[in-house]
Every structure is written in structure tokens, then in C-alpha cells.
Design a protein around this ligand. Structure first.
Ligand code: FCB
Length: 478
């Protein structure tokens, strides 16, 4: 049953025609290691920053941790069987760095690698293309202790770890994502401190963003030499359209600033080999960019095979209210260094259980922008989905709001394809309910319901619906 308190996602569904996607469109679902695996202290794994953070009182809602999560580590067979039942063509998962290289540098932990070997082998045996993300936010704590992402050496460590994983799985895994959402790692991890490691220093956040991208560039080099020659290598960024609340010059400037930090901070170095000039000016009092060494931007802009985009919502922003005190840092710690004064405005449109506004046209805008302004590389939506309150009723979970969210965003994806965007695949977030970072287990995004007490898996109606989408390579009329 959907949350009775929440409004319907797209109102009364208007007549919606059937839509067919291009042949070979890659239909998938995504998860991340810390969010599902559990087995936090097993098989030689050492703590990551998320273990430390979640075990620190007050950091995660209700003190939830990823110690057990969905117990995927022990339930691999069942979970792959469920993926096969859904008919997934691809499964995007992440590797836990501290499971395969517990020291953060140096020797590999075979037991940790074996887990991912088994996963990859089982996926391939079921005709499911493995899509491997190397870094989904879980830095080994030992590397954080040595300075974390604000420290340049972490980039080199990431490349070394990438070589280990590519050496072990590079013959069987074709699709590789280096980083997942570096904005979150940098600006939530080191800016606002809302995510692990929970530090809040605006200059560190800017440095972390750079070193994450440098790590990405070095990891691309490692993949080119250790993975199979037809490897498809990319990075996943989380992008938001940023809209000014009004047409006032102040609101336009607020939108420019947030767009620079949220989107162009990453897109420009990765795809154009340069930081945007306006962004550097906005950050003038925060960071001097002395951490950018000669040659870094060439490394960062290494040629890719694809770009992954995670899309959830839109930012609508405004200049500070006229009566607001004129100090630049009144909302610190903030994940918007140098632009702390910008106001985020809600429009009163339907939201998900995360309070994120539901905005399918924003997906079309985002995809078109990347294609028109940045690259003609193949694009993939590597995450898109919604949290809603789910209830199990007699063994069934009916989640029409989530179905409507997927349907509306897939229609948007199709619209982008029709407009000429080379969108090649779509990954639903998420395969299963999981540990939603600072929200713990209180937010459910899955197509499979997890009962965290019994670990019983229940396919939701959205899962059944998605299986049908995959089967017909498109959407039925509504
Ligand atoms: C993204 C993350 C993913 C999940 C979704 C809801 O930012 O990549 O792990 O938490 O949001």
C-alpha cells in the first residue's frame, strides 16, 4: 500500500501511449556495497568511513548502521535469483574497497575478492551484465585517518585499488564506473558533514572534489591497462537542473552559483579538462586551487566510453531574502561553499518520502544538456527512483506511487532519446530496500521489500511492473 498521506505522484494518469525503447537498451537495477552487504567485520573486511560514521551517535537516524543491512553478503544466490526473475539485463553494484584491500593500500584480500568473483560469475551465468562501480562512498577508514580525500595521496591509492580489482575481474566485467556521485563524497562528506566522514571544512570539500576526480582519471588509466580491451569505462555524476525561483537578477545569480557547484564543478573538468572560471571566482575566499597541479586536468579528462547520470530531482533557488543578515557564512556548515547564502525554494509540487520534488521533465533537460553542451558519448541513467512508505499486506507490497514515478521518468528518458540524446540504458534505484545513508533504514527505495528482522524479500508491485517493462522493452499504454 502506498503512503495514504502522500499525494499521487503524477495526479490522475492521463492517457499515456505505449512506448518502445531502442533495441539493446540496457535495463538494469542498482545497489551499493555498504547499503546492502552487511557482514561488516567478516572475511577480512576493515571499517570504512561509513562504519565509523554510522557507529557515531547522532550521525544516522535511530543509530542505524550497515552492520547487517540486507545481509546480501550471505544471500547472494537468492538475490541473483531475484534479479533473474525480474529479467534484469544488467546489475550495477559497487565493490567495498576495505573488503578487497583492507589496508587501503598494499596487498589484496582474496577472500574479499572471492565474494565479487562469485557475484560476477553468477550474474554472467544468468545472462545479466555486471556493471561495477569502484567507489560508492566507502573509503577505508585507514585512508581517512591518513587525511582522506582532501589529501592528494588518496587519488593514487584509489588507482592502486582499481588495478587490483581490474586485475581480478577485468576479464569478465565489461562496464566500469569509477566514482559514484563525487559531489556527495566531497560536499556532504567534507562540507556539510551530513555524510561520512562527517567533516565540515569548505576548503577541504573543494580539495576532496578535485582529488576524487584525479583519482577517477588515474583509475581510468589503470582500467585501460588491466581490464579487457573492450571495457566500457565511465563515471557517474548526480546532476540537477537548477532553476531560479523568479526572473530577478539575484535569483539568476543564485542558480548560476548552485549549478556551478552541483553540476559544472564535475562536468567541466571531466569532460572539458578545465574548472569553470565563474566557479573559481565564487570559491575565491574558500580555496585558492593551489591543490590543482600541472597536468591534473589532463589526467581528469581522460577519454571515456560513457557517462553515467543519476537523476532524482531539481533545485529551485533564490537569492537571500532582503531582510537576511548580510553575512556570507550564516548557513555553515554547508554543502555549498562560497554560496551558503542561496535559498532553496519548494514549489509545492508532489514530493517523495525524501521530500524530493518529483520532476520528470528535469530528466529530459539534464540528459539534453549533457549531450548538447558536453559530449556525444553514450549516456546511461545509472540511478533513478523514489522512496515511499511501503506496507506489507498479506505478503504483498503494492506501491503505485513508485510505479508512477518510474513510468513518468521512463517516458522522460524516451522523450530525450526521441530528441536525439544517445541514452543507452536505465538503472532503477534500487533493486532492494537498503541502508539509505544518514536516513538509515527509514527510507525505502527498493523494488524488492526487505523485512530487516527476518531478511525476507518480497517483490513489490513496482518490481513486477519493471519486469514487464524489460520484457516488452518499453511501456504499456496507461
Ligand atoms: C544517491 C546514491 C544512492 C542512493 C540514492 C537514493 O545519491 O547514489 O546510494 O542513496 O541516492
Amino acid at each position: 500500500m502506498s503512503n495514504p498521506a502522500s499525494p499521487p505522484v503524477v495526479g490522475v494518469l492521463a492517457e499515456r501511449p505505449p512506448l518502445t525503447f531502442p533495441p539493446g537498451f540496457l535495463w538494469g537495477a542498482a545497489t551499493a556495497a555498504y547499503q546492502i552487504e552487511g557482514a561488516a567485520t567478516e572475511g577480512g573486511r576493515t571499517p570504512s568511513i561509513w562504519d565509523t560514521f554510522s557507529h557515531t551517535p547522532g550521525r544516522v537516524v535511530a543509530g542505524h548502521t550497515g552492520d547487517v543491512a540486507c545481509d546480501h553478503y550471505h544471500r547472494l544466490d537468492r538475490d541473483v535469483a531475484l534479479m533473474a526473475e525480474l529479467g534484469l539485463r544488467s546489475y550495477r553494484f559497487s565493490v567495498s574497497w576495505s573488503r578487497v584491500q583492507p589496508g587501503g593500500h598494499g596487498p589484496v584480500n582474496q577472500e574479499g575478492l572471492d565474494f565479487y568473483r562469485r557475484l560476477v560469475d553468477q550474474l554472467l551465468a544468468n545472462g545479466i551484465e555486471p556493471w561495477l562501480t569502484l567507489y560508492h562512498w566507502d573509503l577505508p577508514q585507514l585512508l581517512e585517518d591518513a587525511g582522506g580525500w582532501p589529501t592528494r595521496d588518496t587519488s593514487a591509492r584509489f588507482a592502486e585499488y582499481t588495478s587490483l580489482v581490474a586485475g581480478a575481474l577485468g576479464d569478465r566485467v565489461r562496464y566500469w564506473t569509477t566514482l559514484n556521485e563525487p559531489w556527495c563524497s566531497a560536499f556532504l562528506g567534507y562540507g556539510s558533514g551530513a555524510h561520512a566522514p562527517g567533516r565540515s571544512d569548505p576548503a577541504d570539500a573543494v580539495r576532496a572534489g578535485h582529488h576524487l576526480m584525479l583519482g577517477h582519471g588515474l583509475a581510468v588509466q589503470a582500467l585501460r591497462s588491466s581490464a579487457r580491451s573492450d571495457a566500457e569505462v565511465g563515471v557517474t555524476v548526480n546532476l540537477y537542473p537548477v532553476t531560479p525561483a523568479t526572473d530577478s537578477p539575484g535569483d539568476a545569480d543564485a542558480a548560476r552559483r548552485i549549478d556551478a557547484l552541483a553540476n559544472r564543478f564535475f562536468l567541466d573538468p571531466l569532460l572539458r579538462g578545465a574548472y569553470p572560471v565563474d566557479l573559481m571566482l565564487d570559491l575565491e575566499r574558500v580555496a585558492d586551487f593551489g591543490h590543482v597541479h600541472e597536468g591534473d586536468l589532463d589526467t581528469i579528462a581522460a577519454p571515456l566510453n560513457l557517462v553515467g547520470i543519476n537523476y532524482y530531482s531539481r533545485h529551485v533557488v533564490a537569492a537571500p531574502a532582503a531582510q537576511a543578515p548580510p553575512q556570507p557564512y550564516w548557513r555553515t556548515p554547508s554543502c555549498w561553499p562560497g554560496s551558503e547564502h542561496v535559498r532553496f525554494v519548494t514549489r509545492g509540487v508532489p514530493v517523495t518520502d525524501m521530500d524530493w520534488e518529483i520532476d520528470p521533465p528535469g530528466l529530459v533537460e539534464t540528459l539534453q544538456r549533457v549531450y548538447e553542451e558536453y559530449t556525444d558519448l553514450p549516456l546511461y541513467v545509472t540511478e533513478n527512483g523514489s522512496a515511499f512508505v511501503d506496507t506489507v499486506v498479506e505478503g504483498h507490497v503494492d506501491d503505485p506511487d513508485r510505479v508512477a514515478y518510474f513510468d513518468a521518468h521512463l517516458r522522460a528518458a524516451h522523450q530525450a532519446i526521441t530528441a536525439g540524446v544517445p541514452l543507452r540504458g536505465y538503472f532503477a534505484w534500487s533493486l532492494m530496500d537498503n541502508f539509505e545513508w544518514a536516513w538509515g533504514y527509514t527510507k525505502r527505495f527498493g523494488m524488492i521489500h526487505i523485512d530487516y528482522r527476518s531478511q525476507v524479500r518480497t517483490l513489490k508491485s513496482s518490481g513486477r511492473w519493471y519486469a514487464e517493462v524489460i520484457r516488452r522493452n518499453g511501456l504499456a499504454a496507461q
